[in-house]
Design a protein around this ligand. Sequence first.
Ligand SMILES: [Ca+2]
Ligand SMILES: [Ca+2]
Length: 274
Amino acid sequence: MRTSVVLLGLSLCLYALAQQTYRAQPTDDVWYYDQAFNPGLTAILRVWGDGQHAVDPTGARPALNFSYSLAKWQLNGVPAGRQYQVISAQITVVQTAPLGYTQQEGEQFPLEARPLTHTGFTEQNWNYNAPGNPEIGATILGASLMTNYRTDAPFAIPIPLDAEAFEPYFNAAVNQNNGELGIGFVSRMDPDGQGGTRFYRFYSRNDAGGRGPVLQIVYRVVGDVTGDGCTDDADLLTVLFNFGTNDAQADLNGDGIVDDADLLTVLFNFGNGC
Ligand SMILES: [Ca+2]
Ligand SMILES: [Ca+2]
């Protein structure tokens, strides 16, 4: 009995170690619009589209019918040189009050998080007219939920990211971009529909109240069951010893069963991070 309690505690401890959490605000965020007031250091980011598109289909930089916001994060504490599994990821922004859209409009025209072509920008030196500003990719990494919608006060807008879509982008940021990860915020929501006030306004990292965007990523080294940052024979043995069970630690793909899929993940990633 005592042994099993100790083992359970040890296993919970290892499980906690195996999954790691990154959570931070951006190092830089800017309002990408030609009429933007103080676009780099603004305390409020703004996003809108033309009702049909979230990104200008002509490829032009946002000038009239579109407004984008850009942010980038430094993934401190996530070492390069290994491949990671993204277990879950979410960006949370805080909508300012008063707002100009109904809950239904928010659901119809969500705030989207998309990849950027590069992260070579800073809010300190942001220049709308600079050549080669980041472009916003076609992939929608995540779309906002209006679960906290209210009209009497600012509210948090969660943007859950699709782990499968986000995982390669996260790994590229860690391993090929010095840990810098960029996100473009866009939406199809058209302000003209409500006399120019219907668009997303959310706090930037420059908000004095600390309500800027927060990126949270739960991840682990692919195939690393034991949580030592390396996929090796110890992970293989843990999967084999738990084969056919629902052991949460060894169930790498989280489908509720430790089976050949989890075994193959360890084998295909053998040596990862070691
Ligand atoms: Ca390991
Ligand atoms: Ca499994």
